[in-house]
Design a protein around this ligand. Structure first.
Ligand code: AMP
Ligand code: GLY
Length: 424
């Protein structure tokens, strides 16, 4: 039996907590820090996942014997390494890679070089630093447009710029190398723009074996019809109709297998999720980015399709026996509609009371930015609730998730009503 500590506080962690709480292998689940929704599935703990000493005391005091890391930051900061290096913690399985693996997400320069070393299809690119600014500007002079500039390090999803104009690209390169994104931009990757449709593919790996989870599509723009500013994600669907068996076979052969092989060849011991942000160019998959964690809001559509015990899967992963784990996937379609605060992704207010949750009929509501305040659930972030419906057809899933989102109210609430409709 496992006493599990799940780190994180978003919709992704709510979906994990919902699924973990259904496992007979879970004796007790703590979520740190969690949100108003995760407390339905376990006990929330006031802990900062980036404060490793605090995490350690909690783990020892509560005899935690499995840790699942939701967000990238603690992984990139080395939480798994911290556990391995401490003799009182070293025996506890951590689901999430060590720093040497998390760098696939933590450094875009590293991940581009990794892909090039292992023949993994990706956009052509070159990296520059402040010292090589002049060469970077020359490179931009020769580059086709649009051009993509990426801050090397973690920049809270804001470090990627797509520029149509050469002069604008040059001044952005200067600004980034001048510290626009702090240290994250001390190296900038200049990359060829790829045109195609995006899909998120996920695996769980124990370093030797892997399981491919259901794929998903994320809708990043704030406005209907994919218009307006980029957000953390306004909704998702799974399965993705254009990710045909033929396409997924290419993804496995040309991307997943060479990635696992590359990690092993470079002596990188990886236990956890890999999120392949892919783009379909013609009929070919190419990698836009790696993440060392699951996607949000993709997880909210992926997890309900998993017809297997998630804790048993983590157990198999920790024991390096993922090959003997049977992962069943439901044929049904999941659609997730994200309800966000008015003003998001710009400035928005928090603390708005949420009502109507009890009126939801055909969906699971995964909380993202919520907080319980004296018995009242209130908004506490830009992305507030993820409303997920699992149905026999994509149309039904979308319609029901949207209808249920309409049954929930908070001041300023907004959601897109067209999630997934482009795929039908
Ligand atoms: P990332 O932070 O790497 O996920 O990039 C954010 C978004 O920028 C991606 O989801 C894509 O929509 C877009 N993007 C990144 N790189 C490229 C590229 N080389 N070509 C086209 N779009 C890109
Ligand atoms: N949905 C994209 C991400 O989690 O980064």
């Amino acid at each position: 039996m496992r006493k599990i500590l799940l780190l994180g506080s978003g919709g992704r962690e709510s979906a994990f907590a919902w699924k973990i709480s259904q496992s007979n292998l879970c004796q007790k689940l703590f979520i740190a820090p969690g949100n108003a929704g995760t407390s339905q599935y376990g006990e929330n703990v006031k802990l900062n996942p980036n404060h490793f000493e605090e995490v350690k005391s909690f783990v020892l005091k509560n005899a935690i014997n499995m840790v699942i890391v939701g967000p990238e930051e603690p992984l990139v900061n080395g939480i798994h390494d911290f556990f391995c290096a401490d003799e009182t913690l070293a025996h506890i399985p951590v689901i999430g890679p060590k720093m040497e693996g998390a760098i696939l997400e933590g450094s875009k320069d590293f991940s581009k070089n990794f892909m090039n070393r292992h023949g993994i299809p990706t956009a052509s690119s070159k990296s520059f630093t402040f010292e090589s600014l002049a060469a970077g500007l020359d490179y931009l002079d020769q580059h086709s447009l649009p051009v993509v500039l990426k801050a090397d390090g973690l920049a809270a999803g804001k470090g990627v710029l797509i520029l149509e104009d050469r002069e604008a690209a040059k001044s952005e390169l200067k600004a980034m190398l001048d510290g626009k994104f702090g240290n994250a931009g001390s190296t900038v990757v200049i990359e060829q723009f790829l045109s195609g449709i995006e899909v998120s593919v996920f695996i769980l790996t124990d370093g030797n074996h892997y399981k491919i989870l259901p794929e998903a599509k994320d809708y990043k723009r704030i406005g209907q019809g994919d218009t307006g500013l980029n957000t953390g994600g306004m909704g998702s669907v799974s399965p993705v109709p254009f990710a045909s068996p033929e396409f997924m076979a290419k993804v496995e052969d040309k991307i997943i297998k060479p990635t696992i092989h590359g990690l092993k060849a470079e002596g990188i011991d990886y236990t956890g999720f890999i999120f392949f942000g892919l783009i379909k160019v013609g009929e070919e998959p190419m990698v836009i980015e790696y993440n060392c964690r699951m996607g949000d809001p993709e997880t909210e559509s992926v997890i309900p399709r998993i017809d297997a015990d998630l804790v048993a899967m983590f157990e198999a992963c920790a024991n390096q026996q993922l090959d003997s784990f049977e992962l069943k996937i439901r044929e049904q379609h999941a659609a997730t509609v994200m309800m966000v605060a008015g003003g998001y992704p710009g400035d928005y207010e928090k603390g708005k009371p949420i009502s109507g949750l009890e009126n939801v009929r055909d969906s699971i509501v995964f909380h993202a930015g919520t907080l319980a305040d004296q018995g009242q659930i209130k908004t506490n972030g830009g992305r507030v609730l993820a409303v997920t419906s699992l149905q026999d057809t994509q149309f039904d899933a979308l319609q029901r998730a949207t209808a249920d989102a309409a049954r929930i109210y908070f001041d300023g609430k907004y959601f897109r009503e067209d999630i997934g409709f482009d795929l039908m």
